[in-house]
Design a protein around this ligand. Structure first.
Ligand code: ZN
Length: 273
């Protein structure tokens, strides 16, 4: 088995997890910027975090032969302080040229508040100005459907954004269709308790097919399973999916989306199948 972990918060994991992932067939891991479990107090806290994501974590993964990429932003959970968010957004361009940065993410909404929408629009503008891919987080706490619709409208209202360069993550049964209909990619986050279980993810694949969909484990500091993707692949196999279709969902699909970033394409080029 081979797979790409397109959304893993590896700063929260031990090196044992890296070893297990590589042993299970992980070929690359991508880490979106996330909330640390507490609100950072200043823009310098984010500068250090972006250095961790672009310098330290790729070096740690490389010890296990695993390419590590990242996405940069201020997470929606910290977007209520608009001044801090604007300061953080202003330092992101310093990091965009670093060799493992894929784009802007995971941006989006948490409580669907007015300030969160304002900061989301600023991030979308940043991505458009710098021609970056976008990775979007959809809310778990409040109304996911309403939040997803708000996000889709922000993206649609910016004419510079090409839908196929945006992945909307944490989709569930009631949001996957509207995301795919808008021409975006959709991600299913596999969690043991909340979010999408492996069985639900395979149900969604059974209904919507395997195009423009990927799976990720998130594997953050909360209850989560770094091997959720290969375990879900076993569930697909059990339910009769072919080895080729499984390979498409867990390996070729993420590569097809991420390859739109030249830095990812340099490692996983067109010859890759
Ligand atoms: Zn995440």
């Amino acid at each position: 088995m081979r797979y790409v972990e397109p959304h893993g918060h590896m700063v929260s994991r031990t090196t044992d997890d890296y070893q297990d992932m590589v042993t299970a067939g992980c070929a690359a891991v991508c880490e979106p910027a996330f909330w640390a479990g507490f609100d950072r107090g200043s823009v310098e806290g984010f500068r250090d975090y972006f250095r961790q994501l672009t310098e330290y974590e790729p070096a740690r993964a490389a010890k296990y032969g695993l390419p590590h990429f990242c996405w940069l932003c201020i997470n929606p959970k910290e977007s209520e302080d608009v001044k801090l968010a604007e300061d953080v957004i202003s330092i992101i361009p310093e990091f965009l040229d670093r060799p493992t940065v894929l784009g802007i993410g995971e941006i989006g909404l948490n409580k669907n508040s007015r300030n969160e929408v304002k900061v989301l629009e600023r991030h979308v503008d940043l991505a458009a100005r710098h021609n970056q891919l976008i990775l979007v987080h959809t809310p778990h706490l409040e109304d996911k459907l309403k939040g997803t619709r708000l996000i889709l409208d922000v993206l649609k209202n910016d004419s510079r954004i090409q839908p196929h360069r945006v992945l909307i993550d944490h989709v569930e049964e009631h949001t996957v269709k509207i995301v795919l209909e808008r021409g975006h990619w959709a991600g299913m986050t596999l969690y043991p308790i909340s979010k999408c279980t492996p069985a639900r993810a395979v149900d969604i694949l059974d209904v919507y097919g395997q195009d423009r969909l990927w799976m990720n484990s998130a594997c953050d500091w909360g209850e989560s399973v770094p091997l959720a993707i290969p375990r879900t692949a076993l569930e697909m196999r059990r339910r009769g999916w072919s080895a080729d279709a499984i390979d498409q969902v867990i390996y070729r699909n993420p590569i097809q989306f991420l390859r739109q970033a030249p830095k990812f394409a340099a490692k996983f080029g067109e010859g890759e199948r």
